[in-house]
Design a protein around this ligand. Structure first.
Ligand code: PLP
Length: 395
């Protein structure tokens, strides 16, 4: 056991099943560990490193901002926060306002507070219940873990949990679950942690229309799907829906913690209703602005669409050619998965890939997940696929 592993084991709480490889440097879609071994990163720190590692523009912007101002407080106006809010709203095409936090869970907490206040103030009698899906993932705080529909995550160790969540198997079942206390439905358009499972466009559009007709809210958790991950700035745009609340996090800061809840209920919060000490500070919002500048250019040039096509084609072909290992190729944009025949195959692939210098993720019970940086080059992709082929051939 080396020094870092010993310190980690001794002084860090054991809430993760850690791999003790010590990465010391990254460049683009490549990572290097302390022994000098090179890895192709098809995981992006679980969808966070949207512009890859050590992107020169992002590094420069962060250094420049750090040398001027990192933080003041939300009691003052914060120039890059105002600019980023404008950028996000403009790119979305929705008439909304933003609240800034530091993570996906915090963004979802803000979304839930928006729903609660709307339910308290908009109807004749109080509405507070939020319907979520059984394979969803919305975070790890005591409220967002309860919003997460996966029952096994509601461990009794941490009870009691906040009331006010109903769970349904799929979108079809939402309609029956709505009662006179329901205020909102919260969904991911592509369930990330749940198995990279996109919903049907028509069923999402129908749901959005139905909720709007009842004045109930549609909250779309775009913590993983947002910021160009599915090919457009938001997955909500791919689905051509108009949600009431959208949450963002992961890819927006390129690794600098940031979370956003944006809503068309522009007057929902009064001063004092919600807040965050760090949320939307100079550093994270300057990083967000720079990430958006980089990704917007990639999107406009058609480079993102090209990468999406290559990843999809490669994974579709792999699934077709190897039915003994995979049942299907799933996902949207650069958020894709290969459904393994079982959890054992999934586990073997992930372990062998890491040995070969390829970082992949798991999702759901048996999905091998691909979340490469959105700026990944053709050469980096080809090298990653070469290593993946080697892994599959060795199983
Ligand atoms: N929502 C979704 C869809 C996610 O994928 C995640 C994280 O994986 C979260 C929320 C929680 O985000 P965070 O870990 O930043 O709190």
């Amino acid at each position: 056991m080396n020094e870092i592993e010993r310190k980690d084991r001794e002084y860090v709480l054991h809430s993760y099943a850690r791999n003790y490889t010590n990465f010391i440097r990254g460049e683009g879609a490549r990572l290097y560990d302390e022994a000098g071994k090179e890895y192709i990163d098809f995981a992006s720190g679980i969808g966070v490193n949207s512009v890859g590692h050590a992107h020169p523009k992002l590094s420069e912007a962060i250094c420049d901002q750090a040398s001027k101002l990192i933080h003041v407080s939300n009691l003052q106006v914060i120039e890059p926060q105002a600019r980023l809010a404008e950028r996000i709203v403009t790119l979305s095409g929705y008439d909304m306002r933003c609240f800034f936090g530091n993570s996906g869970a915090e963004a979802n907490e803000a979304a839930l507070k928006i729903a609660r206040k709307y339910g308290e103030t908009h109807f004749e009698s109080k509405r507070y219940k939020v319907i979520t899906l059984k394979h969803s993932f919305h975070g790890r705080t005591i409220t967002t873990v309860k919003a997460t529909g996966q029952k096994e995550m509601h461990k009794p160790d941490f009870s009691p949990y906040p009331a006010g969540f109903d769970y349904v198997e799929d979108i079809d079942a939402v309609y029956e679950a709505i009662d006179d206390e329901t205020v909102a439905v919260m969904i991911e358009l592509v369930q990330g942690e749940g198995g990279v499972q996109p919903f049907e466009r028509a069923e999402v559009q129908d749901l959005a229309k139905f909720l709007r007709s009842r004045e109930l809210l549609l909250i779309v958790d775009e913590v993983q799907t947002g910021v160009y991950r599915t090919g457009e700035f938001l997955a909500s745009q791919v689905y051509e829906i108009e949600p009431d609340v959208i949450t963002l996090a992961k890819g927006l800061g390129g690794g600098v913690p940031i979370g956003v809840a944006m809503t068309r209920l522009k007057e929902i919060f009064a001063p004092g209703d919600h807040g965050s000490t760090f949320g939307g500070n100079y550093l994270s919002t300057r990083a967000g602005l720079t990430v958006l500048e980089i990704l917007e250019a990639e999107w406009e040039a058609g480079a993102l669409a090209e990468r999406i096509e290559i990843l999809k084609r490669t994974l579709d072909r792999t699934a077709e050619a190897m039915p003994e290992l995979f049942t299907e190729s799933v996902g949207l944009g650069l958020m894709r998965g290969l459904r393994a025949v079982d959890a054992e195959v999934q586990g073997r692939i992930l372990t062998r890939a890491f040995e070969e210098g390829l970082i992949l993720l798991k999702a759901g019970r048996n999905t091998v997940r691909f979340l490469p940086p959105l700026t990944i080059t053709r050469e980096e992709m080809d090298e990653g696929f070469k290593r993946f082929e080697k892994v599959l051939a060795s199983l």
